[in-house]
Design a protein around this ligand. Structure first.
Ligand code: UGA
Length: 451
């Protein structure tokens, strides 16, 4: 919405949320307190806030006065009931549609921005259509559009300023053109695509599924590299130069995370099963299964290299976010890998430049010092702020997020502090093996059959 506001000074953009605390944070005079960390965002908010971009919790008034409403709410995986573990929980989408139905005036274009299961637009339409049964407000009309978001965290602003494409799905050409006119203020028309509602909804799920599938593919190949003496960076480079394959999204790592990939694939799995497409469901499910297996594989490999036991061993974890440049830990590979290491009795010292201790506590479902009585050993984790002090007497360092600052570590100093034999595990392939090995450190990196 901030990018729309800065590119369309003639349009009033109002962001509303029932969560007042969040709205207050968006209105905070200290831009460091905005609820979302995203490079470039605070600069835009500074420019347009209280000009043509406002934040408020007065949802009803905002709906009444709007010509176009974007529904951008959370759609997490259902935890209970039908479709639990796979289908999206649409309760917030439904409640938005009901609120719009109740409060809108005249003609309103309703745009699905959240990532939604295919045919959700029909649910929204059905709810909005019910306004015709309300005698006091029979003159309201609605058009429903799908306009999925393709931005990635950490690069959200550049993705929005120069998108690969803008997708508008609908069946009302006037409404579709109205939305197109907004984007046309900064996006070339050739990049704005029109489809029907269902193609638009499915395209979003398909894009994420195909991206995640690429990562599971490259990670599966990284395991083959490690046992055959090949190097995954070289393999990715060689195959990526085939223009039919392309070079992007071929970086092996600890496994994909983030709020969307797993959720969207499981949505496809659910949809396929619902329509009796068992083989299709199995195919997509295997992408998620491979990702899970890969995370366990890394934890096992660390344990094996440290002589099969982590009991009383000190391991430094560098990075907890699901990727660099974000404080988001949702589905981060670090969560499963750390849990596995703790199960083996490790003492973890966890560092991340952006993730807070409380978040790690929530993700690991344990306080910073835990006792694993069941396995009759003790495992603990500690949050570290000052990295330099942490290396003392450590047995291993594991890089799980590709933060730039981890590429500038002084390995000579680190080596002087570690207990030998010491291991560096680079699950993001961001270090130079020669630099590490010359400091008498053992080195493993993802997909490197020679390290
Ligand atoms: C992803 C998509 O890239 C966006 O297009 C989409 O709009 C977004 O989901 C969404 O649906 O909200 P995001 O989750 O922010 O964006 O992050 P990505 O950059 O796609 O990375 C996802 C995961 O894959 C991360 O854990 C990352 O480390 C991993 N990854 C990515 C790799 O392991 N290797 C790669 O080559 C690329």
């Amino acid at each position: 919405m901030a990018v729309i506001a800065i590119n369309c000074p003639h349009i009033q953009v109002q962001v509303v949320d029932i969560n007042e605390k969040r709205i207050n944070a968006w209105n905070d005079s200290d831009l460091d307190n905005l609820p979302v960390f995203e490079p470039g965002l605070s600069e835009i908010v500074k420019d347009v806030r209280n000009k043509n971009l406002t934040f408020s919790s007065n949802v009803e008034d905002a709906i009444k006065n709007s010509d176009m409403i974007f529904i951008s709410v959370n759609t997490p995986i259902k935890k209970k009931g039908m479709g639990a573990g796979q289908a999206s929980d649409l309760r917030w989408v439904e409640s938005c549609a009901r609120q719009i139905c109740k409060s809108a005036k005249g003609h309103t274009i309703v745009v699905e921005k959240s990532t939604l299961p295919v045919r959700t637009a029909q649910t929204i339409k059905d709810i909005l259509d019910s306004s015709k049964y309300n005698n006091s407000n029979k003159n309201r009309t609605f058009s429903v559009l799908s306009n999925p978001e393709f931005l990635a965290e950490g690069t959200a602003i550049t993705d929005l300023v120069s998108p690969d494409r803008v997708l508008i799905g609908g069946d009302d050409i006037e409404a579709m053109n109205a939305l197109k006119d907004i984007y046309a203020n900064w996006v070339p028309e050739s990049k704005i695509l029109f489809t029907n509602l269902w193609s638009s909804e499915l395209s979003k799920l398909s894009a994420n599924a195909l991206l995640a599938q690429r990562i599971s593919s490259i990670n599966s190949l990284s395991a083959i590299c490690e046992v055959t003496g090949a190097e995954i960076g070289d393999v990715a480079n060689a195959v990526g130069m085939d223009s039919r394959i392309g070079a992007k999204f071929l970086k092996a790592g600890p496994g994909f995370g983030g709020s969307c990939f797993k959720k969207d694939i499981l949505n496809l799995v659910y949809l396929s099963e619902y329509f009796g497409l068992k083989e299709v469901a199995n195919f997509w499910n295997s992408v998620v299964e491979l990702n899970k297996w890969h995370q366990h594989r890394i934890a096992k490999l660390i344990t094996k290299k440290l002589f099969g036991t982590l009991s009383s061993k000190k391991i430094i974890i560098l990075g907890f976010a699901f990727k660099g440049n974000t404080n988001d830990t949702r589905e981060s590979a670090a969560i499963q890998i750390c849990k596995d290491l703790l199960d083996e009795g490790a003492n973890l010292f966890i560092h991340d430049p952006k993730v807070e201790e409380k978040q790690i506590e929530n993700d690991l479902q344990s306080k910073s010092i835990i006792k694993n009585k069941e396995r009759n050993n003790q495992s603990t984790w500690t949050y570290i702020k000052n990295l330099n002090e942490a290396f003392c007497d450590s047995d291993a360092v594991v890089i799980l997020t590709e933060w730039k600052e981890y590429t500038n570590i002084n390995w000579k100093y680190v080596s002087s502090k570690m207990r030998k034999p010491a291991w560096i595990f680079d699950a993001r392939s961001i270090l130079n093996p020669a630099v590490i090995k010359k400091e008498d450190l053992n080195f493993w990196r993802i997909g490197d059959g020679l390290s």
